[in-house]
Structures are given as C-alpha cells and as structure tokens.
Design a protein around this ligand. Structure first.
Ligand SMILES: [Zn+2]
Length: 308
C-alpha cells in the first residue's frame, strides 16, 4: 500500500479516508433484459480489464460488489477480479430494488447471493451494497438480514433524498455503527455534498461522468472521507436508448412518466470528457483503499452508534 494518510485520532476525526468500490452487474442485466448481445459482453470484459490494469498500475485494490447471479452465470468475471487481489462484496442476487421487496424476498435474495459468491470465490463475503442504495427508512430490517448472513460492513446508505433509495434520517456522512433490533453492522455511507441547496454526490455513477475532472480532484483534496462508486457501464461509454414506458417500468418498477424517462436518458448519457481517462487520472493521484482495509484502520470503539 502506498503512503496513505487515513488514520483517525482520539476525536474520531478522519485525516483522510478515500474508499473505492465498483458494483458489478452489467453482464447479468444484459442477459436478463437484452438477450445477451455478444458485442456488449465483449465491451464489458474489455472495460473491466482496462480498470483492473489501471488499479494494478496505481497499486490500488478496490471492493467489487458483485451480484450473486454474476457468480452463478459469469463466474469467470468474479474470479478474474478476485485473482487481481480485490475484495469481493455482495450486491444482492438479482439486482431488484430492495425497498420494493418483502422481508421474505429480501431474506432469500441475500442468502442466495452470499452463498453463490462464497462458493464461487471460496472466501467469506463480509461486505454488501444494495442495488440503487435501496436501503431506506422503509426497510431498516434489512440490516438484521445482512448480519444474519454474515455481512459485517454495509455501503448501501445514501444519507439524503434521491430518485431511488436514499436514507436522509441516517445522520452521518462518515462511517458509523448501525444498531437495529439488537444487531450491529458497520456502515460506510456515500457522502453527499450540498450544491445550491440540493444534496448530491460527485464521487460515482452519473455524477462522476457529469462533473469535470478538476472539480472531482478539488473535492477529493478537500474531503476527509469519500466513498467512490463506479459501474462498468459508467466507464464503457455506452449510449443508452430513450426507454419506452414499458421498458422503464419493467426495470425501475415505477410509473414511466415522460419526464422521468427524459431525466433517466440525460443521466445515462451525459458525460463531461472521456470518463475512463478521468477515472485513470483520479485513481493515479489518490490513495484509495477498499472496505476491508478501511475496516482495519478504524478504531470502531471510537465511532458513533446510530440507533434505528
Ligand atoms: Zn447496481
């Protein structure tokens, strides 16, 4: 590991902790919703290789949250990431929005996902991220389900309102311990920033594509804690189609109003500069770590407990 300045002092203040993560789902989404186009699989493979090479060049290991279905149908992808020394976490089984599922469905989804990933990797899966940050005020019981399945660290909380998911009641933008119904779990939230009165992020997904490199660099330099989150599709320069109402509703499980589809089209397609180049520059110039390392560097006895 490079010269990382990420320790906390006795006042639980971070000097610097920048975590980098990926959500790995595209191969499964392609298979399920688009009949598995060969050229798309090839593009995802190439983009993943590009990212893994960039990480290797920078001497960084990330956390890759993978779907259970990736371990079942695309085990080579999961194993390739593992072989490069990265941490494998769980990103649910089928990438369904958890806040639209029952407790029984969530329990099954989590158990199947963790089992599949553990069988594929031969390792215990300790970290988790919900699809679309869909742990919200409606389903805090999910933390209990995660603990039951051996998950120790969660990175699913987006502590502000957003289109999907969002948990504004979670009042910390740095790691905290969540206590719910007698269960505890370590939480690594996304850290939103206030821009013109609106809480948004700069550190992942469409926002990373949207903001210029100079702005992201500036924010990282001035952030004690940051949680970067990427998808292969963020970096693969894929142009999305304008979704039909039916396709939108099938995937997003909400009314496919025209303005929502316009917003989605803009978010999926707007890019400032070349995203993969921006990604490479950012990781080369920052000392990112994965969740496993971050966990070891924190003295959890000094960290806030949030009772839900
Ligand atoms: Zn996802």
């Amino acid at each position: 590991m490079k010269n990382v300045r990420i320790f906390i002092d006795n006042n639980t203040k971070f000097i610097k902790m920048h975590i980098i993560t990926f959500d790995i789902e595209e191969w499964y989404i392609e298979k399920t919703f688009h009949s598995g186009r060969f050229e798309r699989y090839a593009l995802f493979d190439r983009t993943l290789d590009n990212c893994l090479q960039a990480f290797s060049d920078a001497g960084i290991t990330a956390t890759f949250f993978c779907l259970g279905q990736m371990a079942t149908h695309f085990p080579k992808v999961v194993k390739r990431i593992l072989e490069c020394g990265h941490e494998i976490g769980c990103h649910s089984n089928v990438h369904a929005w958890l806040d639209k599922m029952t407790q029984v469905e969530c329990r099954d989804d989590t158990r199947i996902a963790v089992d599949s990933l553990e069988q594929c990797t031969g390792k215990k899966i300790k970290s988790y991220r919900a699809p679309a940050f869909s742990i919200t005020r409606k389903n805090p019981w999910l933390f209990e389900i995660l603990v039951e399945n051996g998950i120790e660290m969660d990175a699913s909380v987006f502590p502000a309102e957003r289109d999907f998911g969002g948990f504004p009641e979670f009042n910390s933008t740095t790691p905290a311990i969540i206590s719910y119904n007698g269960f505890s779990i370590k939480e690594f939230p996304v850290c939103p920033i206030n821009i013109f009165g609106r809480q948004i992020v700069y550190s992942g997904g469409g926002y990373f594509r949207f903001f210029p490199e100079i702005y992201i660099k500036y924010k990282l330099n001035h952030s004690e804690y940051a949680m970067m989150y990427f998808h292969i599709s963020d970096l693969a320069a894929i142009k999305s189609k304008f979704l039909s109402r039916k396709s939108y509703e099938e995937y997003y499980k909400e009314d496919g109003l025209f303005f929502r589809r316009c917003k989605r089209y803009f978010k999926d397609n707007f890019t400032f500069g070349n995203t993969i180049d921006k990604f490479k520059i950012i990781i080369k110039n920052n000392n990112f770590i994965n969740l496993e390392t971050a966990d070891k560097l924190i003295d959890w006895n000094m960290i806030n407990i949030i009772n839900l």
